[in-house]
Ligand binder design. Structure first.
Ligand code: HEC
Length: 155
């Protein structure tokens, strides 16, 4: 290609596209919400996927809590690992791009805390400390629900 003008135009267009992607990574697909939270705008299938993960989160918290009460280290590690970062492997990139950075951080942070509970259970940490970790993890659930909502898409 020996047309410098065309080359510069192409470079400019690519830079603009890149800037758009970076912007999207930070802001996600959001709108203000009347209840003061930030509404994250997903399509129906994406919203169903996230809400399904949420219901699974609740199941995991209950299972880990019960295993701590029972003092069952293996079960704590297994249940916490199931809700850890590995569960994120199949999350579509398009969905991640729509989620604002602060929400991604809280979401991955929660997965990370589950993995830390699994590691701590395996390393022999006592049950009271493990419960304190679960208490702190629940702070993530509360913080995210206070800041974000997922409005139902209009049909
Ligand atoms: C990264 C943000 C985030 C984190 C962390 C998070 N949630 Fe959620 N959760 C949401 C959003 C957003 C909704 C939709 C709320 C709304 O639209 O009002 C939701 C909804 C839910 C629902 C309702 C599901 C349904 O079918 O309607 C449950 C249950 C739930 N979360 C449990 C949890 C539990 C338990 C945790 C912690 C282990 C947790 N969530 C952590 C963002 C989060």
């Amino acid at each position: 290609m020996n047309n410098p003008k065309l080359l510069w135009t192409l470079i400019l267009l690519l830079l603009l596209a890149l800037a758009g992607l970076v912007y999207k990574f930070f802001t996600g697909s959001v709108a203000p919400s009347e209840d003061g939270r930030t509404a994250v705008i997903l399509d129906k299938a994406e919203r169903d996927l996230v809400l399904g993960e949420m219901r699974q989160f609740l199941v995991s918290v209950q299972a880990v809590s019960q295993a701590i009460t029972a003092g069952d280290r293996d079960s704590i590690a297994a249940e916490a690992t199931r809700a850890g970062m590995a569960a994120e492997a199949d999350t579509p990139a398009v969905l991640l791009a729509k989620i604002p950075l602060a929400m991604k951080q809280l979401g991955f942070g929660t997965r990370g805390k589950f993995d830390e509970i699994a590691a701590a259970a395996k390393s022999g940490e006592d049950m009271k400390q493990l419960r304190q970790r679960l208490d702190s993890l629940l702070g993530n659930c509360i913080a995210c629900h206070a800041a974000f909502r997922l409005p139902e898409p209009r049909e």
